[in-house]
Design a protein around this ligand. Structure first.
Ligand SMILES: [Zn+2]
Length: 444
């Protein structure tokens, strides 16, 4: 109980700021295609774990692409273990577009600036600060906690969580649930309302390659089998397709909580629920669920031809498709229909959709931890529109939640900072996150 009252010490509050800033200064830009080097950041984390008596294991599939895994033993050996993971790489940033240098880690007027301040060196630093405070205070969690700092999340995960799940599954023995990025940061749809969306699912990834074949020939001739025309027709149909509403249990739970919060008199359990009407009534709060009530399919790349007066025999397009849990067959059947007889399609890259229970003890404890430190805040479940490392860890039977708590000022458009310009996080938000994580991880 004394530990409960004590919470993280002032050293932890200082360290979370220093760690966020210093991790940002270690440039771990992931340009894809293997062009990244996480090792210096991994060593930085490993040294700080070792300094707290937590033994880190460094793992690489490719030299320089380093992952760190460590286990903190819990007091209850019969309890399932909890995985807490964060990636060390970041997406590229062009200094010319930023107000401060993206790899400066500058702390100015109570705000930490730089690439990774949001996604997700903030969470990496918060977890590190919490477990080091526990070492100073002699705190042990109830469950075993497995910490994983991964490489390569911003590209294929082949050198990161994918490699760990394939080759080092034993390090995650006993883990049934995991927490990581993209959830529990405050969202202010309008003045006076603070929501904390906790992620309990992710849409699946369905990246497609379309290939149209036709008759090559001179650009001046009649050609009724033009591969470019065939491809363009299919791409236009796919890009403008309105996918039907498909409510997963997480999205339905989110709609139910939001409808109650906004006192909208509507039966969210009704089979004929008019979701678009409800979203209209929710106003800005609809942004939490709107991207995940349907599948999506956006054309993103086109490749065809080499000379203006030559009709090529083949044309290729790429589609970024995202699927809700349980819609994979419908997605494939729809693609067969939209592409038509003259265009072949295949999955270029595919990841399963995830869904985590909202009525679990884990979700209840995360909710309680947030509401303890912000009693006026409302926790709402949501589904992520894209994907994270949780997809790879799900192959080990680990149910993933997005829980990286931050209380943010209402005027900060945090969502826009993911992969955006002038990524930054307030010091106060990091302190809130450390307190909530400390409380949640002890009680988990
Ligand atoms: Zn991320």
């Amino acid at each position: 109980m004394a530990e409960e009252v004590r919470g993280p010490d002032t050293t932890a509050l200082d360290e979370v700021v220093a760690f966020t800033s210093e991790l940002i200064r270690i440039d771990t830009t992931n340009r894809g295609g293997g062009d990244c080097r996480e090792r210096p950041a991994a060593e930085y984390v490993a040294e700080r774990l070792a300094g707290a008596g937590i033994e880190p294991t460094l793992l690489e599939r490719t030299p320089g692409r380093t992952n760190v895994v460590a286990r903190i033993p819990g007091t209850d050996p019969s309890a399932d273990a909890l995985l807490v993971h964060g990636h060390l790489d970041v997406v590229p940033a062009d200094p010319a577009e930023w107000s401060v240098h993206p790899f400066s880690g500058e702390v100015r007027d109570g705000i930490v600036w730089g690439r990774g301040a949001v996604d997700m060196k903030n969470m990496d630093a918060m977890v590190l600060a919490v477990v080091r405070a526990w070492a100073r205070q002699g705190v042990r969690p109830r469950r075993d906690i497995v910490l994983a700092y991964t490489a390569d999340e911003e590209a294929s995960a082949d050198d990161g969580s994918g490699f760990l799940a394939d080759r080092h599954a034993a390090l995650f023995d006993g883990c049934t649930e995991g927490i990581s990025e993209s959830g529990a940061f405050s969202f202010h749809p309008q003045p006076g309302t603070t929501l904390y969306p906790i992620a309990a699912g992710e849409r699946g990834t369905a990246w497609l390659k379309l290939t149209a074949h036709g008759r090559a020939g001179h650009g001046s001739k009649v050609n009724t089998a033009n591969a470019v025309t065939r491809l363009a027709d299919a791409v236009a149909r796919i890009g403008s397709h309105t996918w039907p509403v498909r409510l997963t249990s997480t999205v339905r739970a989110a709609l139910t909580e939001l409808a109650a919060l906004y006192a909208i008199d509507i039966d969210t359990g009704a089979p004929d629920l008019d979701v678009d009407l409800l979203l209209d009534k929710l106003g800005p709060a609809a942004a939490l669920v709107q991207p995940t009530v349907r599948n999506s399919s956006n054309p993103t790349m086109l490749e065809a031809g080499y000379k203006v007066n030559v009709i090529p025999g083949q044309a290729v397009a790429h589609i970024d498709g995202r699927t809700l849990p349980g819609t994979e067959e419908e997605f494939a059947a729809t693609m067969d229909r939209l592409t038509g007889p003259d265009v072949e399609w295949e999955f270029h890259h595919r990841e399963v959709a995830l869904e985590a229970p909202v009525d679990s003890p884990t979700f209840a404890k995360m909710r309680a931890a947030v509401e303890r430190f912000d009693p006026a805040g409302h926790v709402v479940p949501f589904t992520m529109s894209g994907g994270t490392d949780a997809k790879q860890f799900s192959r080990l039977g680990i149910t993933g939640y997005g829980f990286s708590p931050l209380r943010l000022p209402p005027d900060l458009d945090y969502g826009a900072l993911f992969h955006g310009v002038d990524e930054r996080v307030p010091v106060d938000a990091l302190h809130f996150g450390v307190r909530v994580l400390d409380h949640y991880l002890k009680s988990a």
